[in-house]
Design a protein around this ligand. Structure first.
Ligand SMILES: Cc1cc2nc3c(=O)[nH]c(=O)nc-3n(C[C@H](O)[C@H](O)[C@H](O)COP(=O)(O)O)c2cc1C
Length: 367
């Protein structure tokens, strides 16, 4: 099915404005979302093999999930497994509804296989998303895969008031995800990334961990980090989070560093303000995975994200220390078949290299 996507669907999406193309994808998926037959059909085309791993007290059919930002409004949760993903992350969700930045705000650098976006955490807000998810639960259309929720700071809230803003959203969504991600690394909300500094991070984590520790059902909370801070600063955030009993890390969010453009069209795209994702992010993402894995002696689960687009890139992230993976950009460039291609590839690689299961390969490169 990779061929039809590349031959027919992709050329149409290519001439379309990036955000419109994305909206179209969500619209198409929503048609399949509440239809079991539709989901079975998608699954027969895009389903991925099993390559099980248990992480964060959850069993994952295989390590590869959908990254935050694709299903910001949690609209097509039930289609995620049909596209082959073993788990997924909705959001970023903020406490208050917000429109995000003016359009256009999402761009494709075709030659580089990279996206630039400055969406600015556009989303319907925590309460609306909770209502939507509540309805989904009550109609029995809740997918049987682990679901993560990505939480960001509302743009109208100052950094000083961020702890309450994050913990309110966390509390509102507590029953509507298995895993929570504190996003202190989006480059498109002014000053948000300063929240990675320990003075802010301490307060945010204190408030959020109260929700986790006072709830009947324990759910893991992860911290999602930016690739743009230097290694010492990243370690400082990691240590702060560990002091607050964080459950794991996501490495990484998009970068504001841009590669040298490969042609004139890319020059225009890469001069856009915003966060870059996709192929050029991969190496730095691997460095950050390795840094955290080494610093924590492999004691904290790391979710590797950034330029995962092939079995090789996925394998590199796993052997650098990631026990789970996510992708977004390669879905745009290659279509949904990228998911099963990667899972098939890592399974083969794991068997070829003599590992009994995929968790044995996690961080193997660093041993
Ligand atoms: C259009 C777009 C929107 C995104 N929105 C979010 C978001 O709301 N929260 C977040 O933590 N990351 C967001 N991300 C970052 C992705 O989750 C991921 O970290 C990044 O794209 C790197 O992965 P990739 O190279 O596979 O795309 C967004 C990325 C894109 C391209």
């Amino acid at each position: 099915m990779g061929l039809p996507y590349r031959s027919f669907v992709r050329p149409i999406l290519k001439v379309m404005d990036s955000e419109k193309a994305h909206k179209n994808s969500i619209n198409i998926l929503s048609k399949f979302d509440d239809s079991t037959t539709g989901q079975l059909l998608l699954n027969s085309i895009y389903g991925a093999p099993d390559e099980p791993i248990t992480v964060l007290n959850n069993l994952f059919r295989h390590p590869l999930g959908l990254a935050a930002g694709f299903d910001k409004g949690a609209d097509v949760l039930s289609s995620w497994p049909s596209l082959g993903f073993s788990w997924g992350e909705y959001g970023g969700v903020t406490r208050f509804p917000q429109d995000g930045n003016p359009k256009p705000r999402m761009f494709r650098a075709e030659k580089e296989n990279a996206l630039i976006n400055r969406m600015g955490l556009n989303n319907p807000g925590a309460i609306n998303i909770k209502d939507k998810l509540n309805q989904r639960k009550s109609t029995g259309n809740w997918p049987s895969i682990p679901i993560a929720a990505n939480i960001g700071r509302s743009s109208k809230i100052s950094n000083d008031d961020a702890p309450q803003d994050y913990s309110d959203t966390l509390e509102i969504l507590w029953d509507y995800a298995d895993i929570f991600v504190l996003n202190v690394s989006s480059p498109n909300t002014p000053n948000l990334r300063e929240l990675q500094n320990h003075s802010y991070l301490d307060l945010i984590l204190s408030e959020c961990m109260k929700i986790r520790d006072n709830s009947i059902v324990y759910k893991p909370i992860l911290l999602k980090l930016s690739p743009d801070r230097d290694d010492d600063q990243i370690i400082d955030s990691v240590d702060t989070a560990i002091r607050h009993n964080i459950d794991g890390f996501i490495a990484t969010n998009t970068t504001i560093k841009k590669p040298v453009p490969m042609n004139t069209k890319s020059r225009k795209v890469l001069s856009q303000e915003g966060g870059l994702s996709g192929r050029p992010l991969h190496n730095r993402s691997l460095e950050v995975i390795r840094l955290i894995h080494g610093h924590t002696n492999g004691n904290y689960p790391i979710i590797g994200v950034g330029g995962i687009e092939s079995p090789n890139t996925a394998w590199s992230a796993i052997t650098s220390g990631a026990s789970l993976l996510q992708l977004y950009s390669s879905l745009v460039f290659q279509g949904p078949s990228v998911v099963s291609n990667i899972v098939k590839g890592i399974k083969k690689r794991r068997i070829d290299e003599g590992f009994e299961n995929i968790s044995e390969a996690v961080g193997y490169k660093l041993l």
